[in-house]
Design a protein around this ligand. Sequence first.
Ligand SMILES: [Fe+2]
Length: 321
Amino acid sequence: MVLKDVKPLREDLPFGVIIRGMTKEQTKDPAIRRQVNELFYKHGMILFEGVEPSSDMQVALSDIFGPLKEHPVYSVARVDREGKPGVVEIAHNPEDTGIVEFGGKQVAHWLPWHMDHAYNGELNRAGVLRPIKISKDGGLTGFCDGVALYKAFPKDLLEELEGKQIIYTLNTLMSEMRFGLPDGFREISEKPGAREMYEASRDQPRALHPAIWTLPSGERCLHVSPWMAEGIYGMENKEGDALLEDVCQTINRVAKSQSYWHKWRPTDMAIWDNCRMLHAVSGHPADQERKVQRTTIKGDYGLGSFEPTEQGEKVLEVAFE
Ligand SMILES: [Fe+2]
């Protein structure tokens, strides 16, 4: 048995598929699991429509792609630390801070293009995201494929980036963001907990990930996260910073035509390949509530590392508290 209700995410985009009406029973079927994994690796992301809106279904869907792993940042809110490791909650309440301004508008919970866990030597393979509380306005999640970015990127920039590693830290403070900021950007109020995370991360080794890598399929992938990027390894100077800023602004520009922005419905869930795709959040009016839950699926591309320490050894994994 295979799933029949499968269609492209959008006809004009080279990535993503939509699977409609998958049931919890189907998540256990070996043939369907194989089919869904093949679709995932080929297309980079899957939007599941019309699924049971429950935590159990989210975990059952996630299990198709690999075991869940614990989120490396201990302070990130968990749904249930004991029963469901790896399910984290991201919420904005009307009284919360974490507001930014750009393009003449103020929004809450805006996130620039990024990959999850870039600040770690190991990425997570994927995450299944599900909406719990959908804001009336905004609150869209954006997805942009690194393979599509590579194909659309200016050739001279790709040549300059080839072989470079990007340095990342757990710096989620928008006022400290160094690359790819939108025009007229300013932080109005800090996200709760971001300052503490930033201070704690200063003592941790910095993570390194390749700017460009080759998928097992042979496709080349541009995978640079403007959020949390600190610089180019071995090129932390004016020239390197200018190159990274050019790359991040080009990602913002190219993504305008190469991305998909999803307005959530209660019965939607989405998974994206975190080793290949970038994602972002549009932001929403600060007086509206928004809540999502995300699983953390283990599985890495094996190309990340931590900066060598003074002793010349590499730290393999680190948990930020
Ligand atoms: Fe994210």
